[in-house]
Each structure stands twice: as C-alpha cells, then as structure tokens.
Design a protein around this ligand. Structure first.
Ligand code: DGL
Length: 277
C-alpha cells in the first residue's frame, strides 16, 4: 500500500513485460514512488485490434490517474504503438491536461541511428507493433537514410507469460523468427527488441545472432530517457512523490503474479488484484 499522500509514477504493461522497464527505473530513479499495473487478465495485447488495445490502455491510464499518478509510462510497445498518440492528443486534454503519458518507442528510436553502421536496422515485436509500422515511421522521421526491417514474433510473449522462456521449445521460435528477419536483409547490424517481454529471452536470442549484431533492450534506454525528462520538467519531478514506495497491481491472480514478478525483478513482491474495467 502506498501512503495517502503518494503521487507515484505509473508503469503499465499488458502483463509482466513492463517489469523489465520498472527494474531499470528502480535502479536509475529509486527515490520515486511507483505503482505497476499489469493487465494480465487480458494479455496478450499484441494480437488485438487497434480499437481494443486503445480501449484497454485508456482504462489502465484512467485507473492509474485515479491512483494519484501524475505521470504514466506505457511500458508496452504494443500500447505505445496503438494507443499513446490518441491518448496524448484526444483524451488527456479532456481528462487532465496537467498529467502526462509517455511511451517506450520514441526513446528506443533515438538510439538506433547512433548505433547502426550499415544503416540496416531490425525490429522484433508483437504482430500489433509490427503492423502499426510505428518503429519505421518514427525511425524515418529522425534518421531518413536508415532502412527498417521488421519481424513479428507472435509466440515470444506467450512463452514469457507462461514461464517457458528457458524451455527448449523457445529456441525453435527464436531461431525461426530471427532467420525470417535476416532473410529480409543480411546487412542488419542493429536490432531493437521492440517488446518489453523480450529481455527475458535475450540469452537465447544472442545464441542465434551473429556476434557483431547489436541488440537494443529498452529498460536502460527508457530509464535514461525518463531521467532526462524529469530533469527538463522540474514541475513534474516535483509532483511525483519521492518516498521510495512500490505498489504492484494485476487484473488477474495476485499469487501467480507474485511468482512471475519475482523472476522479472529478481526480488519477491506482494501484489494486489484489481478490477480496472
Ligand atoms: N509487452 C508488450 C510489448 O511491449 C506486449 C505484450 C502483449 O502482446 O501483450 O509490446
């Protein structure tokens, strides 16, 4: 439970993936209060329509605002790709224009052009993120000469959500999807893991990658970007409470969430089941 005067930073994901972002936020910005919300009951989002992901994400954002969050991070690429812009442009002015909702795509994109030497970048993500074309659009705004090749990996999130990310079966899908990506361009030298669930698969991903290929994992990037944001937005930094408290919410079974979250965060937590819809 957070204290009554807490104004935590909200971190939202469709399930456990956003914990890979939260882990880095806790390392880089431990002084802030955080409330994590995983919509495990409705995961995965990656195969759902724009309208559905937007509605689910908006419900989560409203819920986190009601918990007192002045700032919400969509620690989910699918939600960032399909819902962020509409929430920022249409919903925030109606709900509360002093609060902010930030995503994970833009900070990741900003790094890409600085790392690639061949100018060929790969993006691995959910079907929803890939079909939205958000990464290509954003990369081409900042780095027009970079070519973007995308591969949807629809089995990777279920492997992680079901705790099967270390199983031999995971190798099959990882090897296959990486082969499909490199078939689009063998010149790819930088890959964005464009889904917050994927860091749990990183050891296996590296097994099937040429050693010179750089892998961008988002936790550190988002933590750095939020640090910069809070430095540039003094008012928001002041509004977010700093008692070092953490609160974990899930829309599904709390005990199951606790077990999985421990693996993601490397420490045990106690969550609470909530209804957000
Ligand atoms: N973790 C989410 C992302 O970053 C998506 C998982 C899902 O399909 O729900 O894209």
């Amino acid at each position: 439970m957070l204290s009554a005067n807490a104004a935590p930073i909200g971190v939202f994901d469709s399930g456990y993936g956003g914990l890979t972002i939260l882990k880095e936020l806790l390392t880089h910005l431990p002084q802030y209060d955080y409330v994590y919300l995983g919509d495990n009951a409705r995961n995965p989002y990656g195969t759902r329509s724009f309208e559905t992901v937007y509605q689910f994400t908006l419900e989560a954002v409203r819920y986190l605002f009601n918990q007192g969050c002045p700032l919400v991070i969509l620690a989910c690429n699918t939600a960032s790709a399909k819902a962020l812009r509409t929430i920022q442009q249409q919903d925030l002015p109606l709900i509360d224009n002093t609060r902010r909702v930030l995503g994970v795509i833009r900070p990741s994109v900003e790094q890409v052009g600085l790392l690639t030497k061949t100018g060929h970048v790969g993006v691995l993500g959910t079907t929803g993120t890939v079909n939205s074309d958000s990464y290509r659009i954003e990369i081409q705004k900042l780095f027009p000469s970079v070519r973007v090749f995308q591969q949807a990996c629809p089995m990777w999130v279920p492997l992680v959500e079901n705790g099967e990310y270390q199983a031999a079966g995971a190798d099959y899908f990882i090897e296959r999807d990486l082969a499909l990506l490199f078939r689009q361009s063998p010149l790819i030298d930088t890959i964005i893991l464009g889904c917050t669930h994927y860091p749990l698969l990183i050891a296996k991903v590296k097994r099937y990658l040429p050693v010179h290929v750089k892998l961008l994992s988002q936790g550190e990037i988002v933590a750095q970007s939020l640090t910069d944001y809070l430095q540039r937005h003094e008012d928001m930094a002041q509004r977010c409470s700093q008692f070092g408290q953490r609160h974990f919410l899930t829309t599904d079974d709390a005990q199951v969430f606790n077990q999985h979250a421990t693996v993601f965060l490397g420490k045990s937590i106690s969550s609470q089941k909530v209804t957000i819809f």
